[in-house]
Design a binder for this molecule. Structure first.
Ligand SMILES: [Ca+2]
Length: 464
């Protein structure tokens, strides 16, 4: 009897284990085919380079440095996200990325319409364990949303500070193995002699042979002290941050540095198989628009320890909305044109049985799930969900409404309802009800009339 009890306790123990109790370097996997993620310990470090560091680039704001304190450990991809993992995402979601050529080498660096993550040219036929390339920052977000929903864990890109902290793994040199470029071939797939022979670019190269003139499969080189592979070379890695060109003013807690208004460029880190040694350094920041695709750009995922994914919060700037019913085309037009948001994802497949049930849609109605991305007028809207089919059942989730057939009601969740209503005023949108507290809840809600006559209920997102 005692023995049985003991066994039961032993087997049940992992269910109670907190990830925050895991040792630095532990590998976590949220599903059998999910990317390996590694526990990176809490700590402090100086981001950037000293003024006398080899190849220091003042124009990119590597120096002066800033002190960053990462108070809690976090999880970071052991490897760059691979072609095999990305393929599973595309297969499961039917993700159709916005049309945009990918930049590859074809006797010159040129944007090729037929270059994709499946054929990034270098190599033409990537293996499942090659890092995925030709993926934009936006594509990376779509992958992250999918993985978060699939696993119930809130994934995200690492912040620039987290990335650099993890890449350094306690070192202060240009690279996690020291300053030398001769030693690169033990630790990283860089623009080495073998690459130079195949692609004789005019820029500098690592004076050694790593055996990979193009992308290399992930994990072929020595890891750093945190057990992370390919932090230098192979493909550039997108971070969550807007490119700042300085460390002055950077959040001291290691969180991503993003701001209201246009985030013109996202920061990339780590260099690539075709980057010169000056750029294959931990501190050197790349800067590229969120929709840019290059075959030497990929990403690595991160998440907080013990972070669970909530369907109303997707872990990033964009959040899901509870309910929208009515004419999708009109609604999209309003949010996209009037408020300057770009549609990032419109997924009619979202309208499954569960959705129809939770929205109390009548048979035949179909839900869409749309994510909107701030454009020039960065603002409070994060997303909306919709249904076509018009005829609706009475729905207690829709405040102050018993929708009749033909009614169009939209509920949009925003981060800052006061700011949203300032924006509506600027745009001349008619306000039907000013924001007010919802009795018996912590919610705040107001109502506007969109230009096409849709009544739109605006709700403030409740804090996590
Ligand atoms: Ca190489």
């Amino acid at each position: 009897m005692k023995k049985l009890l003991l066994l039961a306790l032993m087997f049940s123990a992992p269910a109670f284990a907190q990830e925050s109790a895991l040792k630095s370097g532990s590998v976590v996997k949220d599903c059998p085919t999910c990317p390996d993620i590694v526990v990176v310990p809490a700590g402090e470090f100086m981001i950037g380079s000293t003024a006398d560091a080899p190849d220091v680039d003042v124009s990119r704001g590597e120096t002066p440095q800033a002190r960053i304190k990462i108070a809690k450990g976090f999880l970071l991809g052991r490897y760059e996200v691979t072609v095999g993992q990305y393929r599973e995402f595309v297969r499961e979601t039917g993700y159709q990325p916005p049309k945009k050529a990918c930049r590859v080498w074809d006797n010159e660096f040129v944007d090729k319409a037929d270059a994709t993550w499946e054929n990034p040219y270098q190599p033409a036929k990537p293996e499942p364990n090659h890092p995925v390339g030709c993926v934009s920052w936006n594509d990376a977000q779509a992958f992250i949303n999918w993985l978060s929903k699939k696993t119930g864990k809130a994934y995200r890109l690492p912040s620039t500070a987290e990335w650099e902290y993890a890449a350094r793994a306690g070192t202060t040199t240009s690279r996690f193995w020291g300053d030398s470029t001769e030693d690169a071939c033990e630790y990283a797939n860089t623009y080495d002699i073998s690459a130079k022979e195949k692609y004789p670019f005019t820029f500098n190269f690592s004076p050694c042979r790593d055996g990979y003139p193009e992308q290399a499969p992930v994990g072929k080189f020595k890891p750093n002290a945190f057990g992370l592979y390919d932090m230098i070379g192979n493909v550039w890695e997108w971070t969550a941050d807007c490119y700042a060109g300085s460390h002055q003013g950077r959040p001291k807690d290691g969180k991503a540095w993003v701001w209201e208004g246009t985030c013109e460029n996202r920061e990339t880190r780590g260099g690539a198989w075709m980057s010169a040694p000056e750029r294959n350094r931990i501190a050197w920041p790349g800067r590229d628009p969120a929709d840019r695709r290059l075959n030497y750009f990929g990403f690595r995922i991160a998440r907080d320890l013990d972070a669970t994914y909530s369907p109303t919060y997707d872990g990033g700037q964009l959040r899901r909305v509870t309910l929208f019913t009515g004419d999708m085309t009109k609604a999209k037009q309003f949010w996209v044109d009037a408020l300057g948001y770009k549609v990032r994802l419109d997924n009619p497949a979202f309208g499954g049985e569960e959705t129809a049930k939770s929205l109390k849609l009548n048979t035949g109605a179909r839900a869409h799930y749309v994510l909107l991305e701030p454009g020039q007028t960065n603002g409070p809207l994060i997303g909306l969900m919709g249904a076509t089919g018009q005829k609706l059942a009475a729905n207690s989730d829709v405040p102050d409404a018993t929708p009749n057939a033909g009614d169009v009601i939209v509920v949009v969740k925003v981060k800052d309802i006061a700011r949203a209503f300032v924006k509506f005023k600027e745009l001349g949108v008619r306000v039907l009800a000013q924001p007010a507290a919802l009795p018996g809840t912590s919610g705040v809600e107001g109502t506007v009339l969109s230009p096409d006559g849709n009544r739109i209920v605006i709700q403030q997102i409740e804090s996590e």
